[in-house]
Design a protein around this ligand. Structure first.
Ligand code: 13P
Length: 251
């Protein structure tokens, strides 16, 4: 049985004051979340505040990216061990915004996955096609390429220690959610791709959906056989909305 995971990706949003308010709201309402494991991925500079507020609660926290290096002369980067130093459990890896705006290739993403694991983090590996790729009918090819790069570099056992997030780029921040059927189709494909290397890993690894998931559509998406939770952007910035998405995994 795969425990659902709902992770918030705050992206580059918030202030010390708004983070404090959001976390206070999550702490106050987390009791209504029965089934899902819950996490927030904060901007790096707010991770110490996040740790202070969430320590001792059931809510975990993580980073949004990790350097391929463990330390050294890499100005501006944040290393995996620095994240674990502040109690991080998760790190988002290969988000489409980093692939698109920060030049992250499949090879870089695979190295980052490995670096996150080396630091003891649970990587949340993002994969997903653009609108153009979907219209060309190459969604499966794109997702397979993104997944295979990490399997080839890290090995299927290491991939099994992480989480996969299917995030169709055209659904991110657009209000256009993939339909439950569209999402399930790709999730099943991802699980099949993993099963080709290891049926055990395919069966145990959590595959989250991300892309305009909100309190209205979360339950239907998470009811799909291969959707094990969500990676939530916009709706993770309001405590009530995020908690409602988390509670949608209650069965
Ligand atoms: P939205 O929920 O804002 O569409 O963002 C999804 C996402 O990119 C999460 O990583």
């Amino acid at each position: 049985m795969r425990q659902p995971l709902v992770a918030g990706n705050w992206k580059m949003n918030g202030s010390r004051a708004s983070v404090a308010e959001l976390l206070a709201g999550l702490k106050a309402g987390i009791g209504r979340v029965k089934a899902a494991e819950v996490a927030v991925c904060a901007p790096a500079i707010y991770i110490p505040d996040t740790q202070k507020q969430l320590e001792g609660t059931p809510i975990k926290w993580g980073g949004q990216d990790v350097s391929v290096h463990a330390s050294g002369a890499y100005t501006g980067e944040i290393a995996g061990p620095m994240l674990t130093d502040f109690g991080c459990h998760f790190a988002i890896i290969g988000h489409s915004e980093r692939r698109a705006y920060h030049g992250e290739t499949d090879a870089t993403v695979a190295q980052k996955f490995e670096a996150a694991r080396a630091a003891g983090l649970v990587p949340i590996l993002c994969v997903g096609e653009t609108l153009d790729e979907r219209e060309q009918g190459i969604t499966e090819q794109v997702v397979a390429r993104q997944l295979d790069a990490v399997i080839a570099h890290c090995g299927i056992e290491m991939v099994g220690q992480g989480v996969i997030a299917y995030e169709p780029v055209w659904a991110i921040g657009t209000g256009k959610t993939a339909s439950p059927e569209q999402a399930q189709e790709v999730h099943a494909f991802i699980r099949g791709r993993l099963a080709a290397s290891s049926p055990v890993v395919a069966d145990s690894v959590r595959v989250l959906y991300g892309g305009s998931m909100n309190p209205k559509n979360a339950a239907e998406l998470m009811a799909q056989a291969d959707i094990d939770g969500g990676l939530i952007g916009g709706a993770s910035l309001k405590a009530d909305d995020f908690l409602a998405v988390c509670a949608a995994a209650n069965r």
